[in-house]
Design a protein around this ligand. Structure first.
Ligand code: GDP
Length: 450
């Protein structure tokens, strides 16, 4: 728990959004849970006032759903600022760039009437190669019942290669083609040995790989820039910058439910690395998105998970038209709000304030269970343990009264039903960070500033 002095300090830090008017600073929007908290929506709401929106980690393996005046969109690779013409959108060096998804997404939003967005791709971003996707699929197939439940977007093989120093940075496409051919041949020698001997599949042709990279070179040409200096200049000249996170704290490679995590750091602190050009001390506001109940995709520890009809009903009513993965369409696993995991998730992010989302969904329940602590080997604990212990943790639930009405359309905090405010305040107290934004519907205007 936070002391009173700490709580006061956080309250002061979070006092920078006034009825949606943002003080100019570098601000991160990140998730406290397993992802799918509604970060896309919160980013879209706050993006309108921003000069720059930057994706700093992950790839097209997760999706943000955004509902605005152009319609409903699922973005996987593009920053959520693409709907506002005045925003510079940046794909930072920390991102796994799928060139095919990148261009497909630009075309798909432009085809639906969105003005052509302003997007820059860092010349230090690395490219998801076709063989990364193949390796992701082959490995999941090899693991069978022990698979990670990967979205098969090539993300784990991509980051493995990045840190093994055999990745392709975007700038390499515009360099000496002989050097590129030599590098492809060198890498494929090893990849093909694995493909042949471990996976028993067809080898990859170096010529095909080179042609693919030349295709990518042409596609990316209008977007590539030395974003490091552009971002740095914007940060130190006081522009409004949003760092947009993908997934959530519990999927972070270091702090999440390892090994059922993603292959990049999902935390705001990584924004200083993955966005490129942001001095760490400039990330002043860390809006951490917390979902009013829990959901998760893929395998991994999920202490407050629920099953059966109870879960089906929440899944059916959840999000905007049901809790199904934005990238894969898979039904999400469902659970009650886990305050142990959320408190930890907020600390991991360094949350300065919380955006509490999808609260409207809970309006059908007479009573709402929340997980307030865990039982571990017969003892009550209130910290989030490492994975080996987490596997044995059981939820300790408390039940709060429901509000039994539709809260969409409410604009003022005081107008929310009393039990709904009590639910928010109960969670806020347990998490220890001010809940300043309340999202009561999927649309841009469904937001309450507190
Ligand atoms: P993200 O990856 O964190 O952006 O989350 P997703 O887009 O995967 O999932 C959030 C889902 O909830 C989307 O379908 C959103 O349109 C929807 N959503 C976001 N905020 C709210 C809210 O306050 N109420 C409701 N009912 N749906 C919301």
């Amino acid at each position: 728990m936070y002391t009173e002095a700490q709580a006061e300090y956080l309250l002061r830090l979070s006092d920078n959004i006034n009825e949606g008017r943002l003080q100019k600073m570098v601000r991160a929007i990140v998730g406290a849970n397993w992802g799918d908290e509604g970060k896309g929506k919160i980013t879209d709401v706050l993006a309108q006032e921003s000069d720059m929106v930057i994706r700093f980690q992950g790839g097209s393996n997760a999706g943000h759903t955004i509902v605005n005046n152009y319609g409903k969109f699922a973005l996987h690779q593009l920053p959520s600022g693409v709907f506002c013409e005045h925003i510079t959108n940046v794909i930072g060096n920390g991102v796994a760039l799928s060139v095919e998804n990148f261009i497909k997404e630009i075309n798909s939003i432009v085809d639906r009437g969105v003005p052509k967005p302003h997007i820059l791709v860092s010349d230090r971003a690395q490219i998801v190669m076709p063989y990364h996707i193949l390796f992701d699929c082959y490995e999941e197939e090899r693991l069978g019942g022990k698979s990670f439940g990967s979205t098969k977007s090539g993300i784990a093989p991509f980051y493995s290669d990045k840190f093994s120093k055999i990745g392709f940075q975007v700038n390499e496409l515009y360099d000496d083609t002989d050097a590129l051919k030599e590098k492809i041949a060198r890498i494929l020698e090893v990849k093909n040995a694995i493909i042949k001997n471990v996976y028993h599949k067809e080898p990859i042709s170096a010529d095909d790989m080179f042609s693919k990279l030349m295709e990518y070179k042409e596609i990316l040409e209008p977007y590539v820039a030395n974003t490091f200096d552009i971002v740095h200049d914007a940060a130190v000249s006081g522009k409004n910058i949003l760092l947009e996170g993908q997934l959530g704290s519990l999927k972070d490679t270091d702090f999440g439910i390892y090994p059922m995590v993603t292959s990049s750091n999902t935390i705001a602190g990584y924004g200083a690395v993955g966005a490129g050009g942001i001095p760490p001390y400039e990330i002043k506001d860390i809006i951490t998105v917390v979902k009013a109940y829990s959901s998760a995709v893929g395998a991994g520890e999920f202490v407050s998970e629920i099953f059966g009809e109870e879960a089906d009903e929440l899944r059916r009513r959840g999000g905007d038209g049901g809790e199904y993965g934005a990238t894969t369409g898979r039904p999400r696993r469902m659970g009650w709000l886990d305050l142990v995991a959320t408190r930890y998730g907020c600390k991991v992010q360094g949350a300065t304030q919380v955006a509490f989302t999808v609260l409207d969904v809970l309006g059908y329940l007479d009573e709402i269970p929340v997980c307030v602590a865990y039982e571990l080997d017969g003892e009550r604990i209130d910290y989030f343990p490492s994975t080996t212990k987490l596997k044995r943790a059981k939820p300790i639930l408390e039940v709060l009264p429901g509000w039994k009405c539709d809260i969409r359309g409410i604009k003022k905090y005081e107008e929310l039903p009393e039990n709904c405010r009590k639910y928010i305040e109960f969670a806020e107290k347990a998490v220890g960070v001010p809940f300043k934004l309340i999202s009561n519907g999927p649309k841009r205007e469904d937001i309450i500033y507190r």
